[in-house]
Design a protein around this ligand. Structure first.
Ligand code: ZN
Length: 67
């Protein structure tokens, strides 16, 4: 039997035009409250997209409890 790989961890997005794995060409630092933005480029059709690199943190208002 062959073990089927469940999900493949792909850090880079795929081009929405030709479905090709995009390459990280740049990264913008976070400005003010906005998260850092990563710029990906498709080497196939030169399509450029920007993806916000959001951290998986359940940001919530600090519930200050006390009496
Ligand atoms: Zn493309």
């Amino acid at each position: 039997m062959t073990s089927i790989d469940g999900e493949q961890s792909s850090l880079v997005p795929h081009c929405e035009l030709c479905s090709t794995a995009m390459t990280l060409i740049g990264r913008l630092p976070r400005i003010s409250l906005q998260p850092s933005v990563q710029v990906f480029r498709c080497l196939s059709c030169n399509h450029v997209v920007s993806a916000e690199h959001r951290l998986s943190a359940p940001s919530g208002e600090a519930t200050a409890r006390g009496g």
